[in-house]
Design a protein around this ligand. Structure first.
Ligand SMILES: Cc1cc2nc3c(=O)[nH]c(=O)nc-3n(C[C@H](O)[C@H](O)[C@H](O)COP(=O)(O)OP(=O)(O)OC[C@H]3O[C@@H](n4cnc5c(N)ncnc54)[C@H](O)[C@@H]3O)c2cc1C
Length: 271
């Protein structure tokens, strides 16, 4: 149907699409409800990868024991989405396909280097999250493709990850968010770092200068401070009803500092 009807749209949790329809911002001629496909809701671990079906609800992801144990930041991001009612209905596939720049799972999935599996009648293809998000509310999905699942490589031992989000109201969309996943060696030297900022650009942004700075260092107080300062380098976040550009830049630094500290602590078994 997606292939033959240009104005057809997938309906998953309806938490974004139905709102857009109510506001007459979109008027699909055909809605394809995928909620009756149970295999799309599964979450499983396979060969060092966590596989999350596109229809997995935010609440299901937040409370899943494998995700909590092996890739906590994704569970934390899902748990900070909106309120319980939205988390009961909204899905990871819908959140990624909708590609709201202030949404939580796009930022989290980019930080953990997730691969999105897209399927059409012609077969499936894998898309890295860094290639999936293209612009505000725009992805590299073709009109006839659906998100089938999201694959997340399980971080190695001595890894720490965290998702932090600043909002104006309780569990609102992000003013700024940061998702960080870091790997350390036995001497607590950082061996790899993925630090991704949300809410500050059309798509999730790697804090490249922070990542460069922290790799190869032990992260004491001074190095955390210096790494956090670098988070805002080269960024020009928008000013909007939630926050000014300057405030967002400052909050990028603050949240990144907290995220770096949390990664160090979690990698060595702390909270
Ligand atoms: C009050 C409220 C507060 C919210 N707050 C937050 C928040 O703080 N953080 C946050 O991240 N999100 C928030 N959201 C959005 C929420 O996370 C949505 O659940 C999510 O963005 C869309 O998921 P869905 O399953 O509801 O998708 P739907 O609304 O059903 O669909 C959204 C779009 O994705 C497409 N789509 C859905 N599934 C697929 C698929 N498998 N393959 C291809 N295309 C697909 C649809 O065609 C549509 O274009 C909020 C929503 C509401 C109503």
């Amino acid at each position: 149907m997606l292939r033959s009807r240009e104005e057809a749209k997938i309906l998953a949790g309806g938490q974004s699409l139905v709102t857009l329809m109510k506001l007459h911002l979109t008027s699909p001629k055909v809605l394809i409800d995928i909620n009756g496909i149970p295999e799309l809701s599964q979450i499983r671990e396979e060969d060092g990868t966590i596989i999350i079906g596109a229809l997995a609800r935010h609440d299901q992801i937040a409370s899943n024991s494998v995700i909590r144990e092996k890739c906590l930041l994704v569970a934390e991001a899902a748990n900070l989405i909106a309120d319980q009612q939205v988390r009961n209905r909204g899905t990871i596939g819908g959140s990624l396909a909708h590609a709201d720049p202030t949404a939580d799972l796009p930022t989290a999935c980019t930080a953990v280097d997730a691969t999105i599996v897209a399927t059409s009648v012609q077969g499936s293809r894998e898309i890295k999250s860094t290639d999936f998000f293209r612009d505000y509310f725009t992805t590299s999905l073709q009109q006839d493709e659906i998100v089938r699942e999201v694959r997340i490589p399980i971080p190695p031992p001595r890894s720490g990850g965290v998702y932090l989000k600043l909002t104006k109201g309780h569990n609102d969309f992000a003013v700024v968010s940061v998702a960080a996943q870091m790997v350390f060696d036995r001497d607590r030297v950082c061996r790899s770092a993925s630090v991704v900022l949300g809410g500050i650009a059309p798509i999730p942004q790697h804090a490249v200068e922070t990542e460069r700075y922290v790799v190869g260092r032990t992260l004491g107080e001074e190095a955390v401070k210096e790494g956090a300062q670098k988070a805002a380098e080269g960024l020009r976040p928008p000013s909007d009803i939630r926050a000014s550009s300057e405030y967002r830049l400052e909050m990028c630094r603050v949240l990144t500092g907290r995220a770096l500290k949390a990664c160090v602590s979690r990698a060595s078994g702390g909270v």
